[in-house]
Design a protein around this ligand. Structure first.
Ligand SMILES: Cc1cc2nc3c(=O)[nH]c(=O)nc-3n(C[C@H](O)[C@H](O)[C@H](O)COP(=O)(O)OP(=O)(O)OC[C@H]3O[C@@H](n4cnc5c(N)ncnc54)[C@H](O)[C@@H]3O)c2cc1C
Length: 263
């Protein structure tokens, strides 16, 4: 039985844990360690942008069929019991988990401090969620003078946003919301009176390049730690989570030198 520790309870940690379980089946015990779980992660703040894009003349009925397939898969995943363990705990150093066969690092922005990886940079995003059940369409608007803003229709609310500033500041700014709301209200006036669900700020874990790779680290007592890193997904973590989780799981199997044909 392999023991795998996943650090991180956001979309990357959850997807990685699940894909490791799927690959290693009954041969693995996966434990997720996270300081925060839903609804307190950056992944909970994500606007939910996920769309068919640049698909030429592909038939709309196929786009609906295939998109619905992905949507249904994710919905089912969310409702399933998948085993595994969760532990709410802050990890100060990977050495604390030296009794695990592989550690999977999905700590997002916190990898900056945990690994002293200064390439991981917060890109601040402020959004407002409103109740606007009449709003089915989503818009991404890039205005040359007023910057970018968007309307993203989710199932139970509509996201109005947003900002993308290099900053650690998680306090709400009226100036920021005024900028994108004024712009959006001109575009779709009915949103002006929509009931506010919440205003929220999150920090996107930007990195010049997503880090999805294995690393061997040494503990002070000379033990080798096998680590798979999966962080730095910027403004696309939700969109990439399942694929990155699958990739991370492949790396775990590689580090364990497991023959997949014998599983
Ligand atoms: C306003 C906004 C809008 C966005 N919109 C979209 C969108 O429309 N589509 C999209 O694809 N993406 C979007 N994103 C980006 C997306 O939210 C992120 O890319 C994604 O959430 C990153 O996921 P993650 O699992 O790596 O990190 P997180 O969700 O931040 O999870 C990190 C986890 O690691 C844990 N952790 C960290 N350090 C430690 C430690 N030392 N010990 C234990 N646990 C630790 C945390 O507690 C947490 O559980 C948006 C982001 C923002 C802010």
């Amino acid at each position: 039985m392999y023991n795998i520790a996943v650090i991180g309870g956001g979309c990357m940690g959850l997807a990685s844990a699940l894909e490791i379980q799927k690959l290693l089946k009954n041969n693995v015990q996966v434990t997720i360690f996270a300081e925060k779980f839903t609804p307190d992660t950056t992944s909970d703040i994500a606007a939910g942008l996920w769309e068919p894009y640049l698909l030429g003349e592909t038939e709309p009925e196929n786009l609906i069929r295939w998109g619905k397939g992905t949507y249904d898969y994710l919905t089912q995943l969310w409702q399933e019991e998948n085993g595994g363990k969760t532990v709410q705990r802050r990890i100060e150093h990977f050495n604390e988990l030296s009794n695990y066969d592989v550690i999977v690092n999905c700590t997002g922005l916190a990898s900056r401090d945990l690994l002293n990886d200064l390439d991981v940079t917060p890109i601040r995003g402020q959004i407002r969620r409103v109740k606007a059940p009449w709003q089915y369409s989503s818009f991404l608007i890039d205005h040359k003078n007023e910057g970018s803003c968007y309307i993203i229709a989710n199932t139970h609310s509509v996201v109005l946003g947003g900002t993308k500033q290099k900053s650690f500041d998680t306090t709400l700014s009226d100036a920021d919301s005024d900028r994108f709301l004024n712009h959006l209200n001109r575009f779709i006036p009915s949103l002006k009176d929509a009931e506010v669900v919440k205003n929220v700020v999150g920090l996107r874990p930007y990195r010049s390049k997503v880090r999805l790779e294995e690393e061997f680290l040494k503990t002070p007592d000379g033990k080798t730690l096998k680590v798979v890193h999966n962080y730095g997904h910027g403004g696309s973590g939700l969109s990439l989570s399942v694929g990155c989780g699958q990739h991370a799981a492949e790396l775990v199997v590689k580090m364990l030198r497991v023959d997949k044909n014998k599983l």
